[in-house]
Design a binder for this molecule. Sequence first.
Ligand code: IPD
Ligand code: CA
Ligand code: CA
Length: 281
Amino acid sequence: MKEYLQSNKHKSRARLRVPTAHVAIEAAHAGSMALLDYFRKPLEVRAKGVANYVSEADLAAESAVVQTIQDAFPTHAILSEESHSDRADAEHSWIIDPLDGTNNFIHGIPHFAVSIGYYQSGQGVLGIVTSPATGDWFVAARGEGAWFNGQPIRVGSAQGLEQAMIACGFYYDRDQMMQSTLDTIGDLFRCEIHGIRRFGAAALDLAYVAAGWFDGFFEYRLSPWDVAAGAVLIQEAGGTLSDCQGNPVTLNRPTSVCASNPKLHPKLLEMVGKRIPKISE
Ligand code: IPD
Ligand code: CA
Ligand code: CA
């Protein structure tokens, strides 16, 4: 795993020209290596809420990522899931999920990510999502493009829901938000979509939309660190990302998310917009 991660790191770095990219790549690599050190080994885990956990792997990856960034840019703002809560719209802001897919990780399922977005005054500049267990890298830089292991990626070309593979996520709520998500899945099946996938790592869901593997993705409540890197990937891969009412996503608070190719987006939005739970925005 580690060799594949390393070789794809080199291919990814070769693509990116923005000055902060080198540091972002090193930070994602450090976080990914920290996660692999803990994967499928006995793990200390603490519950934050229903089905919402933090493990020593989350914390180790976070300190590896944050340390790498702070060594290079001590004055930059950091918003990261477990420990730093600076503003996402600071002049220079790093928005980090050190382990996206904690639930998968603690069950030994090899679908989890490190997600790092670098924003300047609220504008996405860099998005990096790694999948440490497969050694894959998704990277994007504003105005430069989006890549999977060094190869350019684009969103898919599905024109209608009946041509689409759709992904979704469930927030930790087991009440209204869960029910709305289930109802929307039913509505989508009745539109004859190819299928629904719930893989359990939102950063990878967004990366898969950017790569054209998923045609669309929705979730009724996500945190800024789930979305920051994926948003840059989607934008640079030619996709559209909004909240579930069609508004631009802002990263200073939790948000709903709907992402797809521009042609499919209004159709997916129409379906997910019907069921928005009141507590999601
Ligand atoms: C979670 C994952 C999951 C999504 C949840 C997120 P975490 O992040 O991205 O796919 O459905 O809403 O909170 O807690 O594993 O970092
Ligand atoms: Ca997450
Ligand atoms: Ca996390």
